[in-house]
Design a protein around this ligand. Structure first.
Ligand SMILES: C[S@@+](CC[C@H](N)C(=O)[O-])C[C@H]1O[C@@H](n2cnc3c(N)ncnc32)[C@H](O)[C@@H]1O
Length: 244
């Protein structure tokens, strides 16, 4: 299931650690609170309740603080110290006393958790994991999930739409020449990335929903896919325990 390509992607892991090392925001379409609150509302709709939540790759806590009033206890996890520093400031400013933060990655987090959760979520994070890492993530998450719980993976790059978005097909100034110019630019970026053995794109890897579903099926979950409301080239995967 995981081929040669997987090994190459895995080699690029260090790139992401370095990439997020000094970052202080989650790269949302807008960092205005008005936008973040709308984005969080969409995500709360799909999270659909629960009392305890783990936000993996919480970044600067831009969504986490909006989830806070809806949950009794929440844990934010990220491998970037600068992101956690920012999250911690935001949590203090908003006086969210129900959030704890842990510095860890997709491998180390599971041993640092002392409880299980009704919801395990990750927004804009799964694209920094290879398919094998997503498999491990879902396997480990399933053992930290309470009965009736859900794993909700938000904003996964859609390999069918993302290339079209990148060449500007959805943009208001889409024209033959603009698209051609963008294709030329993308070609140069991809060439430079492969020569330097770096990921092609700072937004991470696109994952086909069928591949995510196959992984979730393996652990007896049911998966529902929904389109992201604010990012036309992303989708969400809602993974839940099969009923009965
Ligand atoms: C695009 S940001 C999104 C942040 C946050 N979820 C949000 O929506 O505002 C991705 C975050 O995932 C974190 N991240 C990426 N790969 C990770 C990994 N393997 N382990 C832990 N954190 C990771 C990065 O440090 C970064 O903070």
């Amino acid at each position: 299931m995981f081929g040669e390509n997987e090994k190459n992607l895995s080699k690029q892991k260090d790139f992401w650690i370095e990439f997020f090392a000094g970052r202080r925001d989650g790269g949302h379409r807008s960092s205005a609170e008005e936008f973040l609150s709308m984005e969080a509302r969409e995500k709360l709709f799909h999270l659909d309740g629960g009392k305890t939540l783990l936000d993996f790759g919480c970044g600067a806590g831009e969504l986490l603080v909006y989830y806070a009033p809806e949950y009794e206890k929440m844990i934010g996890v990220d491998f970037s110290a600068s992101m956690l520093d920012e999250a911690s400031k935001r949590i203090r400013e908003r006086k969210c006393r129900n959030i704890s933060l842990i510095q860890a990655d997709d491998k180390t987090v599971w041993n640092k958790l002392e409880c299980s959760f009704d919801r395990i979520t990750a927004a804009g994070v799964i694209q920094y994991l290879t398919l094998q890492e997503i498999d491990n993530f879902i396997f480990n998450a399933s053992s930290c999930l309470n009965k009736g719980g859900k794993i909700v993976l938000f904003d996964i790059l859609d390999p069918r739409l993302y290339p079209l978005w990148k060449i500007g097909l959805f943009s208001q100034d889409a024209s033959f020449w603009n698209i051609l110019r963008k294709i030329g630019f993308e070609f140069k970026v991809v060439l430079a990335a492969s020569l330097n053995n770096r990921p092609r794109d700072i937004l991470g890897f696109a994952h086909n929903p069928n591949a995510i579903k196959k992984v979730a099926d393996k652990y007896s979950f049911e998966t529902t896919f929904v389109k992201s409301m604010y990012y036309e080239y992303k989708y969400h995967a809602i993974i839940e325990q099969t009923k009965g």
